[in-house]
Design a protein around this ligand. Structure first.
Ligand SMILES: [Zn+2]
Length: 92
């Protein structure tokens, strides 16, 4: 059961692929490998409805600093506000 037959953006061919997805909220990040339909032409990623619901659940957990079912994987950082190159700014 595919959610889409053709890319809704460019009508290109879709292939089932595992892609890396990052979700961020409240300064927290979760990375994961997700099965998605990926457009061979424009690279658009399409996720099944239940996957999109899981993304919302994960974002909501991040916002509430609720980390059950997550595994620690390294640390994440942002730059300090006084980073010498002003083209680079902290994310929060
Ligand atoms: Zn496309």
């Amino acid at each position: 059961m595919k959610p889409f037959e053709k890319c809704p953006v460019c009508n290109g061919e879709l292939v089932n692929k595992k892609v890396e997805k990052l979700l961020r909220n409240g300064g927290n990040t979760v990375s994961m490998i997700v099965t998605a339909e990926v457009c061979l032409h424009c690279g658009e990623r399409l996720y099944a409805e239940d996957v999109v619901e899981s993304f919302e659940e994960i974002r909501s957990k991040l916002r509430k600093n609720e980390f059950t079912h997550f595994k620690i994987l390294g640390q994440s950082f942002t730059v300090e506000a006084n980073w010498p190159n002003k083209a680079i700014q902290p994310t929060s």
